[in-house]
Design a binder for this molecule. Structure first.
Ligand code: FMN
Length: 214
């Protein structure tokens, strides 16, 4: 037990810097700039974000989901409303997401409240998915215990056969959520761990900007 090599792993960050004088007034603009940069620079899985939710008792859980849209309201992702995260969001709609793009030595933390997307938006996105992914959404009771891999694949094949060449409808328990941000933190790695951290917080509909110690 114990990996002696862990301590030898030390990376210096020097890919960029953050100067608050040149930053946009609102964080959505900077978020889009960084996201587009991550996509265009070939960062792996640039849309993957770690979503943290919590029970009302304060017990947190986190997992990766994919950002499917960024609009005036916020960040949209899709999932099963009856999954563990869905149940937690139902009871406690405060959540946080985290993007990490190692190639760019950048992290973005976003916090806010979550609401469901409109049903029509979930329908539209569901329709845009490949038929196999639609079937997976139908058969998977996400986060519930299942007896085996075979059980899952049999269900998939059975539904695939019964729905052959039919329009597949979105199940009610599958759809989108929007995280409406009230805080963004932009983190840029710098040499000697003197990293740049700029936070935007929403105060009476105005975004306030400040720098945090690394
Ligand atoms: C790269 C990646 C992308 C994922 N995208 C999604 C997604 O968009 N929606 C989703 O429900 N689960 C997605 N997952 C699976 C989740 O991480 C998680 O296993 C699942 O949502 C169940 O989480 P829960 O039990 O906490 O509700 C993704 C996982 C990875 C690694």
């Amino acid at each position: 037990m114990g990996n002696p090599n862990l301590l030898k792993y030390r990376k210096e960050y020097n890919a960029g810097f953050l100067d608050e004088k040149n930053l946009p007034e609102t964080p959505d603009v900077l978020f889009e700039q960084w996201l587009n940069h991550a996509i265009n620079s070939g960062a792996e899985e640039p849309l993957a974000m770690n979503l943290a939710t919590s029970t009302t008792g304060g017990k947190p859980s986190s997992r990766i989901v994919l950002l499917r849209e960024f609009n005036k309201k916020g960040l949209v992702f899709y999932t099963n409303y009856k999954s563990r995260k869905g149940k937690e969001i139902f009871k406690n709609h405060y959540a946080a997401v985290n993007f990490f793009w190692p190639l760019l030595e950048r992290q973005i933390r976003i916090e806010g409240e979550i609401i469901k997307t409109k049903k029509q938006d979930s329908d539209r996105y569901f329709k845009s998915r490949p038929a196999e992914s639609q079937i997976s959404a139908i058969i998977s009771e996400q986060s519930k215990q299942i007896p085996s891999r075979h059980f899952l694949e049999k269900q998939f094949q059975d539904i695939k056969t019964s729905l052959f060449e039919k329009d597949i409808m979105r199940p009610e328990n599958w759809g989108g959520y929007i995280l409406i941000p009230s805080l963004y933190e932009f983190w840029q790695g710098r040499p000697h761990r003197l990293n740049d951290r700029i936070v935007y917080t929403l105060d009476n509909e105005n975004w306030e900007k400040c720098r945090l110690a690394p």
